[in-house]
Design a protein around this ligand. Structure first.
Ligand SMILES: [Zn+2]
Length: 693
């Protein structure tokens, strides 16, 4: 224990803000969208960096079906003619924003198409928004829907527009969400200027992420489907515009008054339409198989078949300073510091593997392809996956994690200093929790805590970054973390080095702090005799969710028996978890035989995999985790017990029975594995000491 503490102390002194800054300067030196040669150059550079730190590193190339915009055109045709799809305006003093290589505003995986139609404003374009429209007697059928960004994943907005038979969809950034109504716009402040465009994918990643044509298999594999058969590809043309273009369209809308909550930040009363605005949209997308370059960096340990994994993507919509460069810059410092420890004579116990993924932005492609290609080895070896994506946009620590690691995440942050307060990251996190309002990272944010003495809140893992294939598909226990703050330049040309230097993290102190948190997590997992999973906590979370479902199901006649089976299985799991934890306490009190410990650890890391259903969730078989998945219509947020919960929501009794059965079986498998752990732990424990009478 003392040796471990010293090692951690030594580690914490190593990450340097100045080096993180240099890393970010390099990573943001040119636009580097997935599928371009610039993305390849970033991968080559990362590979070199990891090698220089003493890691073994290689580039793995996949190919995936990926569009680039060839022509993006939008004009107002009624009540007057006006060209829209205006570009982002260059900002004086920030030369990057004038870079002609920045891609036009487009939504990846929109089909090509040309539409002239009247426009209907659909607020955020959520399920409930279409209900409101129906009550106003407004239909989007054959019209161009215009939705503001926020409250959900943009692909779900596209799916709902398609389901409501819109002819096309326009997405825009309303100033009330991340522009001047939120705070000063860039370059006066960190929020989105009127010409700022949010690029982004509209692929239906809630069905499956990765290469649209090779789901469940490696890209460039044999059984590719034709693009028209790819279920995750949207069917209606969709494009993003800035607030200044949206203003022209929305100001000309008439028709029904919208509810007060639909009013955005533009200076006129919003109407639903249709009329008088009519718009002409033309999109020509260049779809091709394009190369993806993942970087896998490895620091070998004594136990080479136990992997502690960390990762982030490296592709960006434009320069990607916050998204994803900040996380990558920090992770490089983590790796360099670990390399320094090795130079100083340390030998990692487990093997540390760092992934730098390409193609996250269009649809988690690089990580998904790698996980699909290496699933068996990954499931046999990986004990954890730690993700950081939009790593630094401010000072507020935020994290999501599998329930078995939530308390452990809190513990780690108690031993890292917060740069602003000089106290611990945990103390600052407890203080700030609930203030964070970002949703674009795909992390479900917890509501403000009712009482300040409660533990700092962690979210459940939803969708929106590269932990998804690890957790939802392969069942690797995962964590996602960042320091977040006011960030209105998401997916725009303005998310560049200058923005970070002015607003996100001027001294790069939080980049260094992130490097320390990531490294402390890696070290603790690496050095642990017995892996730090808390299954009683997981079982409590499962029991809570089972109770909630039972309450909801009480109103549905035939749901009772199925939900009772889930509750019973949850209770069995809780009992097994508590017996295993008890047996493990005896083990950790004394030195354990190494072979026995390895066996126990393999089982401990494998409980999450026991929660996978081989056939996956109803209607989306790629998603295997029975306890967590992104909701089919919930955007980035996690749905707990998704198969059962969604069937219950639809009142679909047959699916509910099947999904409840699969869930109960998964819980039983997890319980059996915990029983196995309890048995192994009892065998490994030094014969119980005789307690004096
Ligand atoms: Zn990202």
């Amino acid at each position: 224990m003392e040796a471990e503490r010293q090692l951690e102390e030594k580690f914490r002194r190593l990450p340097e803000a100045g080096r993180a800054e240099n890393n970010l300067r390099h990573l943001t030196s040119e636009p580097h969208m997935a599928g371009t040669e610039a993305s390849h150059r970033v991968a080559e550079w990362l590979c070199e960096q990891y090698r220089s730190y003493g890691f073994e590193a290689e580039i793995i190339r996949y190919s995936a079906w990926l569009p680039q915009p060839r022509e993006v055109k939008l004009e107002l045709t009624k009540p007057s003619k006006r060209l829209l799809a205006t570009r982002e305006q260059p900002i004086e003093g920030d030369a990057d924003t004038a870079d002609a290589r920045a891609a036009a505003g487009f939504n990846a995986y929109s089909p090509s198409g040309e539409v002239i139609a009247p426009v209907v404003y659909v607020n955020y374009g959520l399920v409930e928004d279409y209900r409101v429209l129906a009550s106003l007697g407004v239909s989007v059928e054959g019209k161009i829907a215009i939705a503001r960004y926020g409250r959900s994943y943009r692909g779900i907005k596209a799916k709902l527009a398609e389901e409501h038979k819109a002819a096309a969809l326009i997405l825009y950034s309303d100033p009330s969400d991340d522009g001047y109504a939120a705070g000063d716009a860039y370059p006066q402040g960190p929020w989105r200027p009127m010409s700022g465009i949010q690029r982004g994918s509209v692929a239906y990643t809630e069905l499956y992420p990765g290469d649209p044509l090779t789901s469940g298999a490696t890209a460039s594999g044999a059984q590719a489907v034709a693009p028209v058969d790819a279920a995750d590809l949207p069917r209606i043309p969709t494009m993003p515009i800035n607030a200044q273009d949206a203003e022209v369209i929305l100001a000309n809308l008439r028709g029904a008054h919208v509810p007060r909550s639909w009013q955005g930040g533009l200076p006129f009363t919003y109407h639903a339409g249709p009329g008088a605005s009519e718009v002409h949209m033309k999109l020509v997308m260049d779809y091709q198989e394009r190369p993806m370059y993942d970087v896998i960096a490895t620091l070998h340990g004594t136990l080479d078949d136990e992997w502690v994994m960390l990762g982030n993507h490296h592709d960006a919509w434009v320069f990607g300073a916050a998204d994803p460069g900040s996380g990558t810059s920090a992770l490089l410092e983590t790796a360099r510091a670990l390399g320094e420890l090795v130079r100083g004579g340390w030998k990692p116990r487990r093997t540390i593997v760092i992934g730098a993924w390409d193609g996250e932005e269009p649809g988690l492609i690089g990580s998904t392809e790698w996980v699909e290609a290496n699933r068996a080895e990954l499931q046999a070896k990986a004990v954890v996956y730690i993700n950081t994506d939009v790593g630094v946009t401010g000072r507020n620590f935020v994290a999501s994690a599998t329930p078995s690691l939530q308390e452990w995440v809190r513990d780690v942050t108690k031993d890292v200093e917060d740069p602003a307060t000089g106290g611990s990251v945990y103390a600052a996190w407890s203080e700030s929790a609930g203030r964070d309002t970002q949703e674009m990272r795909g992390v479900a944010r917890s509501a403000p805590r009712p009482d300040a003495s409660a533990p700092a809140p962690l979210g459940a893992l939803g969708a929106g970054s590269d932990f998804c294939p690890f957790f939802d598909y392969a069942g690797i226990p995962s964590i996602d973390l960042a320091f977040s703050g006011d960030y209105g330049v998401y997916h725009s040309v303005y998310d560049d080095f200058h923005w970070m230097k002015q607003f996100g993290d001027p001294a790069f102190a939080y980049h260094a702090a992130l490097a320390r948190v990531l490294g402390m997590m890696a070290l603790r997992f690496d050095e642990a005799d017995i892996l730090p999973f808390d299954y009683p906590a997981y079982a409590r979370e499962i029991a809570r969710a089972a109770n909630e479902l039972a309450e909801r199901g009480a109103r549905q006649a035939d749901a009772g028996a199925s939900l009772k089976a889930v509750s019973d299985a949850a209770a069995t799991l809780a009992a097994s978890a508590s017996r295993a934890a008890q047996a493990l306490r005896a083990v950790s009190a004394a030195p354990v035989d190494a072979a026995k410990a390895e066996e126990i650890n393999r089982d401990l890391a494998g409980v999450e995999q026991a929660l996978l259903a081989p056939g996956g969730l109803a209607g989306r078989p790629w998603f295997k985790h029975t306890v967590f998945a992104p909701g089919s219509y919930a955007g980035y947020a996690a749905e707990v017990m998704p198969g059962v919960s969604e069937a219950l929501g639809r009142g679909d009794g047959a699916t509910l029975r099947a999904e409840a059965g699969a869930l109960a079986e998964a819980l039983a498998r997890a319980a059996a594995r915990l029983d196995d752990i309890a048995r192994l732990a009892r065998e490994a424990a030094p014969s119980s000491p005789v307690v004096g009478h």
